[in-house]
Design a protein. Sequence first.
Length: 201
Amino acid sequence: MRRLWLLIITVSLALPLTPTYAKTTVASITDGDTIKLGDGKSVRLLQIDTPELKGNECYAREAQVALAKLLNTTGIVRLQIDPKIETTDAYGRLLRYVFKGKMNINLEMVKIGAATPYFYKRVRGQYSNELLKAAEEARANKVGLWNACPGTKLNPNAALTTIAAAPATSETVEGTCDPNYEGCIPLFPPDLNCTVYRDWE
């Protein structure tokens, strides 16, 4: 029996000390994809990106408010690591999926159009398919930033850059364009008719 207890203790000590899920408390919301915990550590929400507050990007403040509202719902806050992705970033922030009760906050932020998927270094985590589907649906339904920042592109392999204005058409850029051609071919002066030619003779 003593050998059995020794074996259990040895196995327990060999297990990783960082659990897949960990309960925690949130002290503050830094921006739409970063929170600060009660112990002072910062958490960067995995596989998503939101507009930057520092650059006053389109929908940055709204994304921060959206995250605060989701975290203010009923339930225990839990953090989840992704075995495919590093656990910390270059700034020392914890890289985690954040859950409130059963709700995946990272995924929910994309669903409501407050964030987009961001697969840093093209690494796709365990929820990548769900994140992409949610982003495509949010964009199709013009939810959140997809409505407020209509010039924004969906590119999960690059950091998000929101654009408030819709892409300019060739007509608005060039003034007048020949509708018979793709792109913008400037309209030439009208052709001279035979009467004009005769007047010149």
